[in-house]
Write a protein that binds this ligand. Sequence first.
Ligand SMILES: [Zn+2]
Length: 563
Amino acid sequence: MILRSLAASTALILALPAMAQQDDAAVREVASTDIEAARLTETVRTLASDQFEGRAPGTVGEERTIGYLIGRLQGLGLEPAGEDGTWTQKVPLLHPRLGTPDRVAFQHGGATTSLSFPEDIYVSTLQPSDVAAIDGAPMVFVGYGVHAPERGWDDFKGTDLKGKVAVFLVNDPDFHAEDGEAVAGEFGGRTMTYYGRWTYKFEEAARRGAIGALIVHETAGAGYGWNVIESPGGENYDVVRQPEDLTSLALQGWISGETADKLFADAGLDLADLSEAARGKDFRPVDLDTSFSASFPVTSEVVQSQNVLAKISGTERPQETVVYGAHWDAYGEGQPDELGRIYRAGANDDALGVAGLMEIARAFKAAPAPDRSVVFAFWTAEERGLLGSEFYAANPIFPIEKTVANFDLDILQTAGLAKDVILVGKGQSTLEDDLARFAAAQGRTVSEESLPERGLFFRADHFSMAKRGVPVMLMMGIAGASDLIEGGKEAGQTWVDDYTGRCYHAACDAWGPEWNLAGAVQDIALFRDMGAELANSDDWPEWKDGSEFKAVREESASVRSAE
Ligand SMILES: [Zn+2]
């Protein structure tokens, strides 16, 4: 089947009402495509083998992985799309680690409250200096710290944060709202918005020149306990940035709920009352009349890593790109598990996504060359905080404003054919309408992710592109329970629970003979179909009204309409 005829046949199928029904036979039939499970398996077993040592950035495992990927891409007949005609883009990674602090304290009036790290306060730094220090900086409570013009919401009201420490509430303003409260539903209800993510809060504080940012921890709002907060032990990762792009934050992190209660009470304020006020549009930042001091020794190393990039050049508009992404990195070496396995090789996360990209590339090469270019990006350091994709998005090889869409494969279900596909990030972009249309062509329906409050949409590599305005779509098999042909939703949930409970980021994420890739083949074929249509059209997918990312895309609208 060639790609152009596939799009045409989709329209035909959609005209038949019978296809809207759930039909197991139809699902089975559509699953036999030119994406081949056996080839996926071979790629996964290779990349997850001990020879690749768990594919940690900066290790010999990386060297072998990069060599393998380039070899495969050359074999498929793709063109290099990295720097200077090569297959790679160098990604220098910064790895700063805090040592034992000399001091961490609040001062209010004449009184000093010493804090213990990491019990009362947990921080890290993204600055490459020898010391991370804040000396008597004024603290300001900024509520949820949201600046959302598309929602007519601004918690800052012009408050100057330069040289100050901003104190944030976790999650977004309607997370704790009761039914009937004015803010209820303004930020997606229990669905997390970008404004609820801790990454957003640190970025917003830095945009405003703050020297420190602290989020008040609360388990429900964060989605995890303090044990998760403190588990990195003062380590952090970032891409190496130019001096002018460095964050203004010397320290960023969290304070425990108890620490926050005391901080506010000592200042004669009530955290509960102020938290309620922060759920209103009229909220204004509150000076805490308290200063913050801390000093930590820092050791930093720079790890050299690489993204791998390949392309199929478009014949009509080669400067317009459809970008497929998956991350090649995994967790490297760790403590042996009960089977003695030391490598956390991410067979599913994300060797399977990499294998999917190879299959999509193979399918594209078997079809006539597309009108637009199709780029295949194999990102590094996703597991360190989406860093390979972040580096690319900050230093793009193809113009971001002419990047049509980004499709990301990161963990696929291995439990067999499904009657549905899981949508992550409902309401964000018109790509979800394309997803529904192409799923219907496979005889499948779309189900929403099961825990939108976890904000998966903001937690994989596609998000680096979304932040810069590129419409994105993520395929992530753990986003919800698939409605499996064999066993339905219940069996789908069992698979998700087993994978996330036992194997996620552990040595157990290994290939096994029980893997049934028929469902993964469906999902990969679906993304191939969506990208093939875009690569052969002059359509530009768009963010929907209310999306946090619509405004940034619209800034470059003239570049796209100038065709
Ligand atoms: Zn992953």
